[in-house]
Write a protein that binds this ligand. Sequence first.
Ligand SMILES: Cc1cc2nc3c(=O)[nH]c(=O)nc-3n(C[C@H](O)[C@H](O)[C@H](O)COP(=O)(O)O)c2cc1C
Length: 416
Amino acid sequence: MSDIKREPFDRFPSVYPLRDLSVPFCGFELENPFLLSAAPSTDELDIVRQGLAMGWAGAVLKTTSVPGTLVSLTYPMMSGWRRGEHRLLGMGNIDLISVYHIDEIIARVKTLKKEFPTKLIASSIMGQNKEAWQSLASALSKAGADLIECSFSCPQGSMGEQPGAMLAQSVEATERVARWVKEAADTTPVLIKITPLVTDIAEVARAVERAGCDGVTAANSFPSLMGVNLKTFVPEPDVGGMSTFSGFSGPAIKPLTLYTVAKIASNTKLAISGNGGISDWHDAAEVMAVGASNVQLCTAVMHYGFRIIDDLTSGFSHLLDERGLASVSDLIGKALPNLRGHDDLPRQKVRSHINEETCVACNDCYIACRDGGHIAIEYVGQEIIPKILDDKCVGCGLCVQVCPVVDCITMELVRE
Ligand SMILES: Cc1cc2nc3c(=O)[nH]c(=O)nc-3n(C[C@H](O)[C@H](O)[C@H](O)COP(=O)(O)O)c2cc1C
């Protein structure tokens, strides 16, 4: 295979010989870099058991709280962002944290650790005040959790501290609360689950580092408004004629995850668990190539089921072989040296080239270049295949993006 491209879920049959995909994370040896993130898939003991049995390396149990915390759910919770035949480019949810409190989660952590001693069993927590955060962390540490994740970024708001806001939107609150948790967690590693919806994500990550925490989960779903029904003028989801803001997850947010992970990896020494919009092995590898040590998946599992672990592990095995990587660790941060500020990019001239053999004469490139580019594509005489006008093409690449045929239009370097 000369070039590795995405074709989710079926490109690599599960029969591809599996490589050793183990990778260290915060003192724990993961059997592979694929974790279930805090979500409905980790909110029932039997469901999470099934995921672990099918090959996921670990799970972050859905966010829990101290006994007596009111978690008042309403339905429906989900809405989808679709375009054309693509059904779930992004998903919105108005779910809250788990209705199970810490006492139940402690029992589950113990059970799961007994049944799956080699898997990473983590739990996500959210408290209203110092006492709550510290009692949650301390209880999990004593119960033998391998890792504590702190939800500082629930799109429906945090409890207590800055009610209605996400903790990680404040650098000061992030540092203060992260320090409380780390103090109470004894030797158990602590990850802060942040939001990229801030002015400077590096500043927030540095606050986590100053607090002495081990790393971050980067990131979470994004606050969003999923749509508006133009018959009723009720935004989505319609909950009895009213709506609220959703957490936006799934494929559409992957570029934001790449940005967030790359920024944190470039500015801190924190361990990073990459999360947000990862749907297949290719996405996972990209997120790790910009600095994550492992990845967490939620929407892809909710959409396609636990079975995608087979595609993830076979895809990674193939990737390591094709790229001559000795281990998964060698992938981490591999793209970072090639990521620069705009001023540092080489100044070069490129030009589009249309492959006449594969062009389907759809006209899309012509229209895009005419109305959003440089009027550098034209039809000559009665030809139905458009031509690039070399003296007008600046090489912006818009035509490549709108062309429906993969590799029909390519960019070629102009040697002057
Ligand atoms: C229905 C639903 C419930 C979620 N519940 C939690 C939660 O309790 N705690 C948390 O930290 N994240 C929660 N998340 C966020 C996910 O863990 C994940 O960060 C987010 O969906 C982005 O990843 P994805 O694009 O792979 O879905 C939830 C997501 C969904 C879709």
